[in-house]
Ligand binder design. Structure first.
Ligand SMILES: Cc1cc2nc3c(=O)[nH]c(=O)nc-3n(C[C@H](O)[C@H](O)[C@H](O)COP(=O)(O)O)c2cc1C
Length: 197
C-alpha cells in the first residue's frame, strides 16, 4: 500500500508538518510506503500561474493517482486552510482522490478554529471525489514542540494518542478502498488467458 503525504504549510519550521510526520512514521512502521511532498517543494510560479503542465506538478499528480490514500496537513490561516495548499490542490485532476482514503490534519493558534477541517478543507477533498474522508486531527500550537538540535519534535501525549488512532483508522480505510484494476491490464489478462471448460 502507498500513501502520499502532503505538507501544506509555507513555513520551514512547521507544526502541522510535525503532525504529518508523526502520522506518516506510524504508517511506515506498519508497512505502508509513504511518499512525502511539501507545497514548499514546488516552484511558486507553477502554483501562482496554475501550470498544470509543470513536470513537478505532473509527477505529484501521478503519485497521487498511484496512491491508495492521502495524508494532508495544513496550518489554519485566517480561519481557513493555507492558500498555497489550495493552489496545489487546484492543479490536480477532477477525480484525483477517487477510490482513496484521506486523513486531514491541521494545527492552529487557537481552538476557536478547530472546525476548519470540516468547513474548509473537507469540502475540497470531497470535490476531488475522495472515497473516504476520515475525521482528522486538529492540534493547537501549545501541544506541539518543534525539533531542536538533535532532539525530535515533541507532541503532548493526548495528541500523540489521537494521531496514532487516526493513522490506524487510515490504515484500515486503505484496505476498504481497493485500487481499481487498470482496464488495459484486465484486457491483456483476458486476451492471454487459457480457457478450459
Ligand atoms: C498568516 C497567519 C494566519 C493565521 N491565522 C490563524 C487563524 O485564523 N486561526 C488560528 O487558530 N491560527 C492562525 N494562525 C496560527 C497558525 O495556524 C498556527 O501557528 C499553525 O500551527 C502554524 O502551522 P505551521 O507551523 O505548520 O505553519 C495563523 C498564522 C499565520 C502565520
Amino acid at each position: 500500500m502507498m500513501v502520499v503525504s502532503l505538507a501544506g504549510s509555507p513555513s520551514q519550521r512547521s507544526r502541522s508538518g510535525v503532525l504529518l510526520d508523526a502520522a506518516g512514521d506510524w504508517l511506515q512502521r506498519h508497512g505502508v510506503e509513504v511518499v512525502r511532498y511539501a507545497v514548499r517543494d514546488f516552484e511558486p510560479a507553477d502554483l501562482i500561474h496554475a501550470r498544470f503542465d509543470s513536470p513537478a506538478v505532473q509527477r505529484f499528480a501521478e503519485h497521487v493517482e498511484q496512491a491508495d490514500g492521502l495524508l494532508v496537513a495544513t496550518p489554519v490561516y485566517k480561519a481557513s486552510f493555507a492558500g498555497v495548499l489550495k493552489t496545489l490542490l487546484d492543479l490536480l485532476p477532477e477525480r484525483a482522490l477517487a477510490n482513496k482514503a484521506v486523513l486531514p490534519l491541521a494545527s492552529g493558534g487557537s481552538a476557536a478554529h478547530m472546525l476548519t477541517l470540516d468547513y474548509a478543507l473537507k469540502p475540497v477533498l470531497a470535490a476531488l471525489k475522495a472515497q473516504e474522508i476520515l475525521q482528522g486531527v486538529y492540534a493547537v500550537d501549545q501541544q506541539i514542540a518543534y525539533a531542536e538540535g538533535n532532539q525530535p519534535a515533541r507532541l503532548e501525549d493526548e495528541l500523540r494518542e489521537r494521531l496514532e488512532a487516526a493513522a490506524s483508522q487510515l490504515f484500515a480505510a486503505l484496505a476498504r478502498c481497493p485500487r481499481p484494476l487498470d482496464p488495459q491490464l484486465l484486457n491483456d489478462r483476458l486476451a492471454n488467458a487459457r480457457w478450459s471448460i
